[in-house]
Design a protein around this ligand. Structure first.
Ligand code: MD3
Ligand code: FE
Length: 206
């Protein structure tokens, strides 16, 4: 593993955090999770407009979104089943990168094809903001955009490649962020191409 780069206050970037073998092992574990908890298309609150990103979750709680709003819930929105457990490999990444934080209940799995995007937003559906969010990227490189805590302020962009990790804590925890584009064909990790992003989160106050 390589060292951290502090890109902004509270945003630590770990390029190449997972080596190829670690990426492959995690990819295969996520594949098994997606077989049990099939990807769904989240919808915007009120309008029902579909996201371009498909999602699933593992852990005790999963993030879902539909006409009724954004929320965490213990079951899959379509199958009604409990989310699969969070793999030990992911819990170990949390322990290493968020030492001392209470354990994460949720890992959101975002699935991007070449055309998928995620608009600038804040992550504020958790009750606990003192714990960081820990992110891992697999597959095709993405262009990530990161701003301040107010919408409309200046932003910076950088690429997230396969195996890269980030922690978003402190003043970065409520910063606006999004994914502007996916560089199709930039990675050989996923047979069908595309990108997987994993975000582990502490939801309840701990
Ligand atoms: C900055 N996911 O799931 S991960 C999300 O690549 C999300 O799929 C993006 O934004 C993705 O909510 C970005 C990096 C990330 C995650 C959480 C953050 C950046 C963050 C929370 C606060 C600030
Ligand atoms: Fe986010």
């Amino acid at each position: 593993m390589s060292g951290a780069v502090e890109i902004a206050s509270g945003l630590s970037y770990y390029p190449g955090y997972l080596d190829r073998a670690g990426q492959e092992a995690l990819r295969d574990e996520i594949g098994a999770i997606l077989a049990a908890a099939p990807p769904f298309v989240p919808r915007m609150p009120r309008t029902g407009r579909p996201f371009s990103v498909w999602m699933s979750n593992c852990g005790e709680l999963g993030w879902v979104s539909d006409e009724k709003g954004y929320r965490y819930q213990p079951t899959h929105p379509e199958t009604g089943a409990s989310w699969p457990p969070m793999p030990a490999r992911l819990k170990a990444v949390w322990a290493a990168l968020a030492p001392g934080a209470p354990p994460p209940e949720a890992c959101l799995i975002n699935l991007y094809d070449a055309a998928a995007r995620m608009g600038l937003h804040q992550d504020r559906d958790e009750a606990e903001f003192s714990a960081p969010v820990v992110s891992l990227s697999l597959g095709d490189t993405a262009l990530f955009r990161f701003g301040g805590v107010a919408r409309g302020g200046p932003t910076r962009s950088f690429r997230l490649g396969s195996g890269d990790a980030m922690t978003l804590g402190g003043p970065a925890r409520l910063a606006f962020h999004g994914i502007d584009r996916i560089y199709a064909g930039s990675s050989t990790l996923l047979a069908e191409g595309g990108r997987i992003n994993l975000t582990m989160r502490r939801v309840a106050k701990g």
